[in-house]
Design a protein around this ligand. Structure first.
Ligand code: PEP
Ligand code: MN
Length: 342
């Protein structure tokens, strides 16, 4: 349930209600909004305490949270969350543009891509150092050496680094180099990983599992949020359907649907969502038209020789064209592709 404080409730009244919620054995999650403060009270058997909490001083009302996810829900926080780190801002009118190779392959490949996407207007660099591959015989990523290359690319270009972490035990290592921890589609329901990634404090980009419903995605986000990490970006990257013309089916309706239900920003991945470079620019534009708060796009200096996902990776020139198209659509829907003002 949510303890909604009156407008102008004092700091002492808010702190007192947090203590009361905790004394009832519930986890308190205060959200300090611009208009008023609310305290989400999370835990089992919460409704029986409703009347007693409602009598607290400074309390406007106590209402149940109807959604199965709590902290992620719009009921708890009506205003949109903006996730900011380094050069990247995602949410509300800020459209984050994350671009880079599927995998970090070597210094030259990553550096040249970072420079090209920065010149085209990207606001963050992506690149996998730990790669989840279907086959154990495929390239698995450069691991820490890859993270070092990403950090060097950030030093030179100023772009924030988004990179995947695959295991809870790797979280401290990846968090030492990354600005945003990506949880991949295959790991969306790896709950220990979600908790550990939440605890390290840096923003998390949580990709939808190809067989997960949007409620399951939101419940997965709840694990990160419950580790007191408010900076979660959801990522629609396509789901598995009977359709075989595209690698996955990019479910763009989930963008406005999610935004009705959560304050968290929604990022779209048209690269994995289509699996075909020729489809990426227009699906990127469509995602922005549908209200996406950001995009994550794969770009490679020579897609033909990429060690992973070359068929869906854009050349520098194609990415530049994608950016031109996306700027027009962003303009039309009142969003701006701009770096975070630090
Ligand atoms: C990736 O971003 O390169 C990736 C592996 O994505 P996903 O987890 O969505 O398959
Ligand atoms: Mn990829």
């Amino acid at each position: 349930m949510i303890v909604v404080m009156k407008q102008g409730a004092t700091k002492q009244q808010i702190e007192h209600m947090i203590e009361r919620v905790e004394a009832l054995g519930l986890k308190s999650h205060p959200i300090y909004g611009t208009e008023r403060t609310v305290i989400a009270a999370i835990g089992d058997k919460r409704d029986e305490h409703r009347a007693s909490l409602a009598s607290g001083s400074g309390v406007a009302e106590v209402v149940p949270i109807l959604a199965p996810y709590k902290v992620a829900s719009r009921e708890v926080k009506p205003e949109p969350t903006v996730v900011r780190t380094g050069s990247l801002a995602v949410g509300n009118c800020h459209l984050g543009m994350i671009a880079g190779p599927c995998s970090v392959e070597n210094q030259q490949q990553t550096m040249s891509t970072a420079r090209a996407v920065k010149a085209a207007g990207a606001t963050a660099l992506r690149g996998g150092a730990f790669k989840p591959r279907t086959s154990p015989y495929s390239f698995q990523g450069l691991k820490e050496d890859g993270l070092k290359i990403l950090a060097a690319a950030r030093d030179e270009t100023g772009l924030a680094v988004v990179t995947e972490v695959m295991a809870a035990t790797d979280v401290p290592l990846v968090a030492r180099y990354a600005d945003v921890l990506q949880i991949g589609a295959r790991n969306m329901q790896n709950y220990r990983l979600l908790e550990t990634a939440g605890e390290q404090g840096k923003p998390v980009l949580l990709k939808r599992g190809p067989c997960a419903t949007v409620d399951e995605l939101l419940l997965a986000a709840e694990y990160v949020l419950n580790a007191n990490n408010p900076n979660v970006m959801l990522c629609e990257r396509g789901i598995r359907t009977f359709e075989s013309h595209t690698r996955f089916t990019l479910s763009l309706a989930s963008v406005p649907y999610l935004q009705e239900r959560t304050h968290l920003p929604v990022v779209v991945d048209p690269s994995h969502g289509t699996g075909r470079a020729s489809l990426v620019p227009r699906m990127a534009a469509a995602a922005i038209a549908a209200g996406a708060d950001g995009l994550i796009v794969e770009v490679h200096p020579e897609p033909e020789i990429a060690l992973s996902d070359g068929f869906q990776s854009l050349t520098f020139e194609q990415f530049e064209q994608l950016m031109q198209l996306c700027r027009k659509v962003a303009d039309a829907v009142g969003k701006k592709i701009m770096p975070n003002e630090r």
